[in-house]
Write a protein that binds this ligand. Structure first.
Ligand code: PLP
Length: 387
């Protein structure tokens, strides 16, 4: 049998592979410290979980509208209209099976075979594969993304761009001037934008996270804002994401969804509605505070480790240090697999994010695991530098 060329071109998720290897070693009885997780290590807050149980008890267990229940779409439209200071209606909202699902459907709805799509580096692992799965061609700026890189890509035929702030893997939160330059450049082109805002509520600066729509509200007509409840409310397994885009883009992505998964889980949609209505505000703030404390802890510990250079992340729950002198700094896949087998510490190779020479360390872990994990990483690096 000959398989689909676009399917064959996809690379499996390095993150999932490494997590699977760590789980396998842990099952064999090895003492594994996982600093690889892309999800909060907290249970879903009780009021949200209760709303799910209540939905089951009340029999809200049948198919829903394939694009989501009207109550959730209304709540999302209202919340994001206020947050971004633009006007969205429920018809601009698509509720998907996790933000990843929205990203995939919006990409498919926007990309034609051969279309070039600009992906600033480092990028989240799934973006290039989503573009390729739609028949598109991912293109990467030579340098750090800025206005001229956007203009250059548009001049070379790129039709769209993905933005992701706070970023996975760096935790980078742009300054207003940085993002304004990008927004200005995009506004001069015809490019569409997918703005992956999944970590928008996990930022540690009082000034918050700026958005391209703050500078050019008219970009709303060709920007899809994607977010969801996974990271903010510790709901990764419930699989609810949502997007806000123009009616046609939303309609097309919704048709793709209707013919593939149909509606996201009905129970999870009711639970997500409770989250968005603010019924777990205290728990949300407590989790945020806890990530903030761990961010400070991990940065303090990493500052004492020789052989690494890193920027303090202002959002998400990742640090992305560069390996300075390690013999495997040009092969972080190998570095990470040796770190896992020698010291039992799981982190993700930068190569998965288009940034060879870096590693992604998650601080969505207990303070004890962070301390022990960074201690072992330091030991591992010291040993290699001394041999
Ligand atoms: C940048 C980014 N976007 C999207 C997602 C997917 O989120 P969800 O679990 O809601 O599908 C993730 C999850 O790791 C992510 O890191």
């Amino acid at each position: 049998m000959e398989y689909s060329r676009s399917a064959v071109s996809l690379t499996p998720s390095a993150t999932l592979q490494l997590c699977a290897k760590a789980r396998e070693l842990s099952c064999e009885g090895r003492d594994i410290i996982s600093l690889s997780a892309g999800q909060p290590d907290f249970p879903t807050p009780a009021p949200i979980a209760e709303a799910g149980v209540d939905a089951i008890r009340k029999g809200k267990t049948g198919y829903t509208a394939s694009t989501g229940i009207p109550e959730l779409k209304e709540a999302v439209a209202a919340q994001y209209s206020e947050r971004r200071n633009v006007h969205w209606l429920p018809s601009n909202v698509l509720v998907g099976c996790g933000a990843k699902h929205n990203l995939a459907n919006l990409t498919r709805a926007a990309v034609n075979p051969g279309d070039k799509v600009l992906l600033p580096r480092p990028f989240w692992v799934s973006y290039p594969e989503m573009v390729k799965a739609s028949g598109g061609i991912p293109v990467f700026p030579e340098k750090r993304i800025n206005g001229s890189e956007i203009r250059k890509a548009a001049g070379e035929g790129a039709v769209g761009v993905f933005l992701n702030y706070p970023s996975n893997p760096t935790g980078f939160v742009p300054s207003e001037s940085f993002l304004k330059e990008i927004a200005d450049a995009i506004a001069e082109t015809d490019m569409w934008v997918i703005s992956d805002d999944i970590y928008e509520d996990l930022a540690y600066l009082d000034s918050g996270v700026p958005h391209i729509l703050d500078f050019h509200p008219s970009l709303k007509e060709r920007t899809a804002v994607v977010s969801g409840v996974s990271k903010t409310y510790a709901m990764t397994g419930w699989r609810i994401g949502y997007s806000l885009a123009c009616i046609e883009w939303t309609r097309l992505a919704g048709i793709l969804q209707a013919h593939s998964t149909s509606n996201p889980c009905s129970i999870s949609q009711w639970a997500a509605l409770t989250a968005i209505q603010g019924k777990a505000k205290t728990e949300k703030e407590e989790m945020h505070e806890s990530f903030h404390i761990r961010r400070d802890l991990i940065c303090e510990l990493l500052a004492g480790v020789d052989g690494l250079e890193f920027k303090k992340p202002d959002g998400a729950f990742y640090v992305f240090p560069r390996l300075l002198n390690d013999p495997q700094k040009a092969d972080t896949n190998r570095f990470c697999s040796e770190l896992l087998s020698d010291e039992g510490v799981a982190v993700i190779p930068g190569s998965a994010f288009g940034a060879e020479g870096y590693i992604r360390i998650s601080f969505a872990a207990s303070a004890d695991d962070i301390r022990e994990g960074i201690h072992r990483l330091g030991k591992f690096l010291r040993r290699r530098l001394n041999t």
